[in-house]
Design a protein around this ligand. Sequence first.
Ligand SMILES: [Zn+2]
Ligand SMILES: [Zn+2]
Length: 344
Amino acid sequence: MHEVTGWAAHAPGAAPAPWTFERRDPGERDVVVRVTYCGLCATDLHALRHGDPAGFPLVAGHEMVGEVTAVGTGVTGFATGDAVAVGNIIGSCGVCRECRAGRENDCREFPTLTYGGADRVSGGITQGGFSREIVVDGHFVYASPAGLDPAGVAPLLCAGVTTWSPLRRFGAGPGTTVGVVGVGGLGHLAIRFAHALGAETVAFTSSASKADAARGLGADDVVLSSDSKEMDAQHRRCDIVLDTTGASLDLAPYLAALAVDGTFVLAGIPTRPLTVDPMSLVVGEKRIAGTGSAGVPDTREMLAFCGEHGITADVEVVPAERLGEAMDRLARGDVRFRFSVDLG
Ligand SMILES: [Zn+2]
Ligand SMILES: [Zn+2]
């Protein structure tokens, strides 16, 4: 075991503070990564404030970029000094049908989460990326695209893959129309992806002040979701509507905005059960789908696409000492569009 400094909350709701903890010694399949930046995700906020008290002290963070400092003897494809990234899962059974299909995020044994998970090697509780170093199974380490700002690459590892994966699965591309609900941490990347994939891209926002930003990100059109006339005018327009808000939306106008065979995708997690008029799915043969993170092949593909198209998240970089302040601001929606924490 070796000692690492992280920024941990010692109880739910406590401000993160420096904490020295132990990582497992790297095994032959492992890569040791010196973390340079880690994005701050809404999931981190929830875990640090409302997580199970038994899981504390807790180091959150699951959108990392950094540099390889050591590799196990069985690792191929990475060498000391490589720029790499690590996301929100760091292990899976590797043998179930889903794992073999590259859907490690849907592993039947449940994937190992980057923090708050059961370490498959040491048996301990995993700790996340708001730390100076992490030891990860090389299968879950990704090459970071050259030429991109690493601070802006970090959020691609959760916010990015969570929106990329359903856009690909449901066929976003030339000749399709993609609606993105919400222009925030996830939504701003979804707009960039949909646009770069060649889809007509429509941003739905409840805040008129975000219209210019949405257009700047690549939206061809912006719809004010609080305006029922504007919403009615979207009838059967979108092949995919990707809801990034995590809010308990009235689904009716969005299902009406779906074209025949269209898919409404939940990329956030509303706190209340969904209320759906079955006829809104039967007429037009529409579906509602969930999405949660992504497996290794999708993550690799997304990072390669970002490298080719020069896509990163818009971030505000904050030093690790100000993680607590960044959490308070994220809770009030005061960030454009993602915090990237500098681990030094
Ligand atoms: Zn996340
Ligand atoms: Zn599995």
